[in-house]
Write a protein that binds this ligand. Structure first.
Ligand SMILES: [Cu+2]
Length: 166
């Protein structure tokens, strides 16, 4: 599946130490064949960010500055983990969140599971005390959730819906 292939690519990019900068092709200006296709938007271009939204993951809850997002808006999420355990912050429709949870569960259960945790195109993974950025260009805002997919966290309430600003 496209998303998994893309995840592996992103993991490779992360391993190369250049994660955090958005590759130029992610903005979708270089032909659709190379960019991954998501029904809920695409990795955003830093030059097109319209707003920064601060997110804190703490006490097993997300505190998110703004949930109202315009159609096609590009948001820079600055996510800080103030807890003493790892969290992730994933943007996507509920079915993709469920897939991500399953994937993380499998990774966690495997040997050195924690070391295999990585960012996806639509997710950042945060160690305690870390701050990471995720830039996303939204589509179909009303269908989208933000969630932490570390096993057990979504179920404990680390999730929520975005709202379409009209
Ligand atoms: Cu979490």
């Amino acid at each position: 599946m496209t998303i998994n292939k893309f995840s592996m690519f992103v993991a490779a990019v992360a391993a190369a130490g250049i994660v955090g900068t958005v590759p130029s092709w992610a903005g979708g200006t270089h032909g659709a064949s190379k960019a991954p296709v998501f029904s809920f938007g695409e990795p955003g271009d830093a030059h097109h960010v319209s707003r920064t939204v601060e997110v804190t993951a703490g006490d097993m809850t997300f505190h998110i500055e703004s949930l109202r997002i315009g159609e096609s808006e590009t948001i820079r999420f600055v996510v800080t983990n103030t807890d003493e355990i790892d969290h992730d912050f994933t943007v996507g429709p509920p079915e993709l969140q469920a897939e991500h949870r399953e994937e993380m569960m499998k990774m966690m259960e495997s040997e050195n599971g924690m070391a295999k945790m990585h960012d996806d195109a639509n997710a950042v993974y945060l160690k305690p005390g870390e701050t990471r950025e995720l830039i996303w260009k939204f589509q179909n805002v009303a269908d989208l959730e933000y969630a932490c997919n570390v096993p057990g966290h979504y179920e404990s309430g680390m999730k929520g819906r975005f709202q379409a600003a009209s």
